[in-house]
Design a protein around this ligand. Structure first.
Ligand code: SF4
Length: 474
């Protein structure tokens, strides 16, 4: 059973794979375990037990998850598996019959119970210490804020709804209380995530809950407006282009949330979008992008695309390239279609040979590199707000409002005196390439006291100062 010496708390190691949503799950599990007196350690050797939070979205992610389980089994031998791949327990058991327990995605209670069985908690109040904002795996100055689990859509290439179930939104007050705790703890950027962020609250019929004495609807517009009052950067990810997204753009124009939209368009050919079971019509999308940019000229748009989808012909791909030339998106990720086991799209005729799909991906990314470079070059000479992520020997590395952590570009700062991660500074852009900006530090922005920000009732916003200064907008 347990192999913890009585003199010390039980030690748990964690391997967290997958998307930001899975990272949030890991943080919740660790917060709970830490609150119960478990110690978190960073190596297999120190751990009494290793938790592997898996991803099962694409076949490549499954292989990565299986490799992580194998590594943990070989290096430690006492392993609990959770996360998306946990929904396929038999498959894991077939390969690793000695894993201690397997639980599926979002089964917090089941994961914690499995850890209790394999490694009972220490009942020592000295270890029952956990910061009120919970434990986070992201740096202290930014945090992911998960507003819903699961998905009600049925995109033909995706098995997330099967793995994670239908959408279940958190009441708005829960989300806002968590945001408040994070801001009090020093977080300066909230990254709002869900499988389909714009659909937030539909399962709750947009029910109201009370936050600080006032009712707030479980609706993305109301939630975004409330989050905007915290006076930190608020970044919206995975926004499906429903009609009411146009009204989110109005909140950006007001400076309440960052003028940054991560909209997964996936393709531009109406025929392929139909096969993908995505309702968006490409021509209409271009019109909407133009309208968004008219309302918020500095809007940064990120999207992802799939090439080599079954049935994608050269003319569909040409249409996608043409659409991208017109749309001039700022940031783009492109993936080759992977026939994920269980996805409806696998039954479609006309599969695209892998080498053709890969060649299309490269052509798309080459075009996008030109577009991104052109868009970033407009920033040269401007003064931009930069949130510092790390300090280096040469200066510091940070991001503008146009860059989400991990997935977008960076700003490399030189002449950066006495900076610390989480500082918000002004910098003048000297150079740009297809991904990154190179800038010179100018001065610090006036910090907002975390406590003040958390209880801020005014709608004055850090997002406004993120986006603008007289000498230039970014
Ligand atoms: S919106 Fe589509 S791609 Fe995204 S999780 Fe739901 S089904 Fe999957």
């Amino acid at each position: 059973m347990s192999r913890t010496p009585p003199s010390r708390p039980p030690r748990v190691g964690l391997v967290s794979l997958g998307c930001p949503k899975a990272l949030v799950d890991s943080e919740r599990i660790l917060t709970r375990l830490r609150a119960e007196g478990y110690e978190l350690v960073g190596s297999y050797e120190e751990a009494d037990l290793v938790l592997v939070n898996t991803c099962g979205f694409l076949d490549s992610a499954r292989e990565e998850s299986l490799a992580a389980i194998r590594e943990a089994m070989e290096a430690n031998g006492r392993v609990v598996v959770t996360g998306c791949l946990g929904a396929e327990a038999e498959r894991i058991r077939a390969r690793f019959p000695d894993v201690l327990a397997i639980t599926g995605p979002h089964q917090y209670e089941a994961v914690v119970a499995a850890v209790h069985r394999a490694l009972p908690p220490a009942h020592d109040p000295r270890f029952d210490l956990v910061p009120p904002q919970g434990l986070r795996l992201t740096p202290r100055h930014y945090a992911y804020l998960k507003i819903a689990e699961g998905c009600d859509r049925r995109c033909s290439f995706c098995i997330i709804p099967r793995l994670r179930g239908p959408q279940r939104s958190r009441p708005a007050a829960h989300v806002l209380h968590e945001a408040e705790r994070l801001v009090r703890a020093g977080v300066r950027e909230l990254l709002v995530v869900a499988q389909d962020t714009a659909a937030y609250g539909t399962d709750l019929r947009h029910a109201e809950s009370r936050y600080r004495g006032r009712p707030v609807r479980a609706h993305i517009l109301d939630l975004a407006r409330e989050l905007g009052r915290f006076d930190v950067w608020v970044r919206l990810h995975y926004v499906y282009p429903y009609p009411h997204v146009d009204r989110l753009v109005e909140l950006m124009a007001e400076g309440l949330v960052l003028p940054y939209l991560d909209v997964p368009f996936q393709h531009a050919s109406p025929r392929i979008l139909r096969l993908m079971r995505r309702p968006a019509r490409a021509e209409r999308t271009l019109e909407r992008i133009r309208a968004w940019r008219r309302a918020v000229p500095d809007l940064v748009l990120r999207s992802t695309f799939i090439v080599g989808f079954p049935g994608e012909r050269e003319e569909d791909f040409a249409l996608l390239l043409e659409w991208l030339r017109e749309a001039e998106l700022d940031r783009v990720g492109c993936f080759v279609y992977e026939p994920v086991e269980g996805a409806a799209a696998n039954r479609l005729p006309e599969p695209v040979p892998p080498e053709v799909a890969e060649e299309r991906r490269q052509r798309l990314m080459a075009l996008q590199a030109e577009i991104s470079a052109r868009r970033l070059a407009r920033r040269i000479g401007q003064e931009v707000a930069v949130l510092v992520d790390a300090v280096t020997a040469e200066g510091a590395v940070g991001r503008t409002y146009g860059d989400a952590p991990e997935i977008d570009g960076r700003v490399y700062l030189r002449n950066a005196p006495a900076l610390a991660p989480g500082d918000l500074v002004w910098a003048r852009v000297e150079r740009a390439d297809a991904h990154d900006l190179y800038a010179r530090y100018v001065e610090h922005q006036q910090p907002v006291a975390a406590g003040e920000a958390a209880s801020a009732a005014s709608a004055s916003s850090a997002c406004t100062s993120a986006a603008g200064r007289s000498s230039g907008i970014m």
